[in-house]
Design a protein around this ligand. Structure first.
Ligand SMILES: [Zn+2]
Length: 163
């Protein structure tokens, strides 16, 4: 079921929406291979009708399966937007995108998708001070050592042999 609200239902009282939005509905465009979602998005929202807008307040939560960019370990990341607030004016200002309210109904899904994507970790880390792969450290330390002056002449000798 898509996450839609009928404004007419708000005329007399606020609406509370609590449930789960399936990933198929959320349809996240996951370009980053380090981040995957397997569980539905959880939402707990209160929707209020104002004079000239709809006000949505509550929380969004999505569990992500991430891979640490440093040590490549898999870990779970709880993406939580709390409080999540959305103010949807009936008449958008000139130049702004057209209102998302159609036939008294608001589809919150694209708005949820947009903000959830913004909340994604840019560089997923299993812990803030992850030391990364030990091998990577050793590799870095060795690099400068190999650059001694005997190398160019050694290569020159090899070239002579080939000729
Ligand atoms: Zn890590």
């Amino acid at each position: 079921m898509p996450l839609t609200v009928n404004i007419r239902h708000l005329e007399n009282r606020n609406l509370e929406l609590c449930g789960e939005l399936p990933l198929a509905e959320l349809a996240l465009d996951l370009r980053d291979e380090l981040i995957r979602a397997t569980e539905p998005l959880h939402y707990d929202l209160e929707i209020e009708l104002l004079d000239d807008a709809v006000l949505i307040q509550g929380l969004l939560r999505l569990t992500l399966e991430c891979q640490c960019v440093r040590c490549l370990k898999d870990f779970e990341f709880e993406l939580e937007l709390d409080p999540w607030t959305l103010h949807l004016p009936f008449e958008p200002l000139e130049g702004e995108e057209t209102t998302t309210i159609k036939n008294d109904c608001v589809d919150l899904t694209p708005l949820v998708r947009e903000d959830i994507l913004l909340g994604f970790p840019q560089h997923p880390l299993c812990k803030p001070d992850c030391g990364g792969l030990k091998q990577a450290k050793i590799g870095k330390a060795r690099k400068p050592v190999g650059q001694d002056e005997s190398k160019p002449s050694a290569w020159a000798e090899l070239n002579k042999l080939k000729l």
